[in-house]
Structure formats: C-alpha cells, structure tokens
Design a protein around this ligand. Structure first.
Ligand code: NAG
Ligand code: NAG
Ligand code: NAG
Length: 315
C-alpha cells in the first residue's frame, strides 16, 4: 500500500495508492509508535486568487490525483514537501506547511520559496524536485533533477535557498550532461557535508547513467563516480508484492552520511545502496572530495562492502 516514504527528524511521509487518502505525515513517537499529524485526500495549494485556481483546473495545469509527495524535511517550525512532476498537472514542486496548526486534514500547501519559483516555464525556476536537504546553517539544498520523462526542457540543477531569509535564492548550479543527463537523469537523494566550504553527495538514479555525484560549493563544480556497486543487483529483482510481480531494476538510490566527527581532521563516510539490491557500500568523503583522484580509476579500491540487508524483498 505504501509506495513512497521519506524520513526526516522523526517525521515520515507516506504516499498511498488507496483512493480515499493520498498521503499523510506521520511522527515517530518513542517505542516506535506512530502518530498521524497531517492527512490529505488530495494536495491543494494556497492559490493567489480563486480565478487562478479555477483556470488551472480547467486547463489541466492542476490535476490533484497526479501529485505525489516524495521528499520531506523539517526545519524549525516548518515541514517542507517536494512533489516531482512525474505527470502533468503538478503546479508546485516544492512547498511547506507550518508545523503547529490546528487544521490537520487537507491542509493547503504554501509554494516554496514562491509561486514564481515554481513556474516551470522558465529554466531558472524549479522544474521537478525529488528531494532536498537542509544544513545546520539553514541553507536548503534542492535537487531539481527528475528528468525521466518529456515534461521538462531544462537541464538538471541544484538550487540553494536560505531559510533564514524566507527562502532567499542563494545559488543555482546546472549540471552538465556529462554529470547528469538532461534526458534521463534522476537526482534522487542528497546528503550535505559542511566541511571545507560544503559538499553535496547526490545519488543519480538514472537507469541510463547511474552514479554518485559530488558537488563542491566553494569550487562550484561537480563530478560523478560510476561503479558497478551502484548498479542494480539482478538477483535482487523479480519478486512478488501483493500478487504483483516487481521486475524493475533500480540502481543507486539511498545515501547516508556518518555523523559529524568531533575531531575535525577525521573523514566522514558516505553509505549508498541500490534500490534493487541487498548490498550496502561505503566510501570515505576524503576520496569523494578529491576531483582529480575521482577522474582516474584508483578510487574504486576505496569502496567498502558494509553488509547485506536481508529484508529488502518486502520493500
Ligand atoms: C483549493 O484551494 C483553494 C484556495 O487556494 C480553494 O479556493 C479551493 O476551494 C480548494 N479546492 C478544494 C477542492 O478544496
Ligand atoms: C531556527 O531556530 C533556531 C533555534 O531556535 C534559531 O536560532 C534560528 O534563527 C531559526 N532559524 C530560522 C530560519 O527561523
Ligand atoms: C582523511 O583523509 C585524508 C585524505 O585521504 C588523509 O590524508 C587523512 O589521514 C584522513 N584522516 C584521518 C583522520 O584518517
């Protein structure tokens, strides 16, 4: 029943395929109990005018049943949600709701940082956001990189907003086709390493060119690592969920960063895994940060096999 989940600070977003409820935000309480905070039968927004809402329904610019939230992040008193444009009729790809509010049913989402920035007609604006991360300084790093269908004409990018100034635009970095395909790229998940001016480690879930992308904020450059540990595992595919055969082969997807070390000289570890797969791998951030080293082949000897997960079949 659950088709997508995303976890942040003990919050969980669930997107269902059942008819009555589209999705909910659930809090994890101690002792692994769940508490439903918000629930939607469809996602709707704080339209600027009733006329714009009616026009969007009429033109097909807003098709509520086509909107699926995939990313969730919590910062101070707001819950941020991303909704990739997997289909037509998604007027907003990034939005938020205030955390403490009495209305928990079908709460209207507020476009973030603005309606204008969610206007897909211009490449400088957000096109299709799968997920985002917020660093300790309140900078939100947004992955605008779902390029797996024909709804976008714009190259994938990483956009930074400052939450300390109402989501003020900070920087936008457009990925070259060599790093992420404009036609077939799929920037899926991101972790932030705040050392040395800030690095982002990003999974490109593209089934044409999967890999791990590194972005340096100081250099304003990005590079990509490709390895067979980032491919789907054939023997992990082909299983049954509720009488439905799942045969898709999904490459590198999940990514995590080891906690910030107390000793600044200590390197952090980046973990990654393919969605279709049982194996978890790790690599030191010191390897990823070295662009020159990543352009050769020796970095592959630093990939470590961490272990196998055995219950992935039921995901
Ligand atoms: C969607 O939100 C707008 C306000 O932004 C409201 O006028 C409209 O009635 C809502 N639609 C539904 C079906 O609740
Ligand atoms: C978030 O909360 C912290 C601690 O209360 C505060 O220092 C900071 O200014 C807040 N940031 C924003 C963007 O509201
Ligand atoms: C971190 O990585 C660098 C570069 O590989 C290495 O020189 C250094 O010794 C590492 N630090 C620690 C504490 O292992």
């Amino acid at each position: 029943m659950i088709i997508r989940t995303s976890v942040s600070h003990g919050f969980l977003i669930l997107s269902y395929s059942v008819v009555q409820i589209c999705c909910s935000v659930v809090t994890l309480l101690p002792e692994n109990r769940f508490w439903v905070e918000h629930e939607w039968s469809f996602l709707n927004f704080t339209w600027p005018t009733l006329g714009k809402y009616i026009a969007a329904i009429g033109s097909g610019a807003y098709v509520p049943e086509n909107i699926v939230p995939t990313g969730l992040k919590v910062y101070n008193d707001s819950i941020y949600l991303s909704m990739p444009r997997f289909r037509s009729g998604v007027p907003v790809t990034l939005a938020y709701i205030p955390m403490d509010t009495s209305l928990k049913q079908n709460e209207l989402l507020i476009p973030f940082p603005s309606w204008e920035m969610n206007d897909e007609r211009f490449c400088a604006n957000l096109q299709s956001v799968q997920s985002m991360e917020i660093d300790t300084k309140g900078i939100m790093w947004v992955l605008d990189g779902v390029r797996i269908n024909d709804y976008y004409k714009c190259p994938p990018k990483l956009v930074l907003f400052d939450l300390n100034y109402n989501g003020l635009f900070v920087n936008s970095y457009t990925f070259s086709n060599e790093v992420c395909l404009q036609n077939g790229g799929f920037l899926k998940d991101i972790v932030i390493d705040e050392s040395e001016g800030g690095y982002a480690y990003i999974t490109d879930n593209s089934n044409i060119d999967p890999g791990l992308i590194v972005y340096s904020r100081t250099k304003n450059r990005a590079w990509k690592l490709r390895d067979r540990t980032m491919f789907p595992e054939l023997w992990a595919a082909n299983f049954m969920v509720k009488n439905q055969r799942i045969e898709s082969l999904v490459p590198i997807d999940g990514i995590a960063l080891s906690p910030k070390p107390t000793d600044e000289t200590e390197n952090r570890t980046v973990f990654y895994t393919s969605l279709t797969g049982f194996d978890l791998f790790a690599i030191s951030s010191s390897v990823l940060k070295d662009e020159e080293f990543c352009r050769k082949d020796r970095w592959r000897s630093y990939v470590k096999f961490v272990g196998k997960s055995t219950d992935r079949q039921t995901e």
